[in-house]
Ligand binder design. Structure first.
Ligand SMILES: C[S@@+](CC[C@H](N)C(=O)[O-])C[C@H]1O[C@@H](n2cnc3c(N)ncnc32)[C@H](O)[C@@H]1O
Length: 254
């Protein structure tokens, strides 16, 4: 199955953005508070957001006073991000680019390299992490949020029926019906998301191979108050963790 990520995201990006901005968005409820803790103070920092999508994090970083560059493969997503930045009067450098290719920057440019739920579209993590290490300053940090490997283990195999049993090892490629179909028109090519399932060890070993040292790891739970807002979604997020969030920095030479 060809992994035409650009075609999928160009087709389903607007619906994803509506879904992701809704009051039930796990991203707002579970992911963002955990990311805020790991990212720390970024006023004046140079920040790179890989797979920035419609820009929720790029915009937040810019509002915190960072100088932000966002890259995304999808023109739909970049134009949504640009529109939102303009509405808020923010200057963000937004570029259409494929993060599987060498990053279009010089060495040691960024204080923070960040990515949220985009690494599942990249097969060769070690190659990307090496590029991240290259563009990051020696004093910089890398913060990544990924769909938790326990969650992507439940994503169906490409040629199988939608399954109930998880597959943790073996098959890397997964294909799942777009969860945001109810959030607007989605043409056929955007109805299934095809992505890679990476195990926790793959993320960790790719950091090590790239000369990066993991310094924090978070598996955030939904806040208790969310149980009264949406009991079913709360239970779902308590059963299988939604996000794995980690922070890494360059390994210091002794
Ligand atoms: C689930 S969305 C997350 C967007 C954003 N980071 C957020 O948190 O809302 C995944 C994004 O990754 C982008 N993406 C996937 N593969 C990519 C690649 N190879 N290069 C750049 N962006 C990519 C998609 O276009 C999409 O916007």
């Amino acid at each position: 199955m060809p992994l035409d990520v650009k075609r999928i995201w160009d087709a389903c990006g607007r619906a994803f953005d509506r879904f992701n901005s809704s009051s039930d968005s796990y991203s707002e409820i579970i992911e963002r508070p955990a990311i805020e803790k790991l990212v720390g103070r970024i006023k004046g920092a140079r920040v790179l957001d890989l797979g920035c999508g419609a820009g929720p994090y790029s915009i937040w970083f810019a509002e915190c006073g960072a100088q932000v560059t966002g890259l995304d493969l999808s023109e739909t997503m970049i134009s949504l991000a640009a529109q939102k930045a303009e509405e808020r009067g923010l200057r963000i450098d937004l570029q259409v680019a494929d993060i599987r290719e060498p990053l279009p920057f010089g060495n040691a440019e960024f204080d923070l390299v960040f990515t949220a739920t985009a690494l599942h579209y990249v097969e060769d993590l070690a190659n990307l992490f090496r590029e991240i290490g290259r563009v990051m300053k020696g004093s910089g940090r890398f913060v990544a949020s990924v769909l938790h490997p326990m969650s992507t283990a439940y994503f169906p195999l490409p040629n199988g029926e939608d399954q109930r049993e998880p597959h943790y090892f073996g098959e890397l490629l997964r294909s799942i019906e777009t969860p945001w179909l109810g959030y607007g028109e989605v043409p056929d090519e955007g109805r299934r998301i095809v992505c890679h399932h990476h195990t926790t060890a793959e993320y960790f070993n790719a950091l090590v191979a790239a000369g990066l040292r993991a310094t924090d790891l978070s598996e955030p739970e939904p806040p208790e108050e969310y149980a009264s807002q949406n009991a079913a979604r709360f239970e779902e997020a308590m059963r299988v963790p939604v996000y794995l969030i980690f922070k890494a920095e360059p390994t210091k030479a002794d």
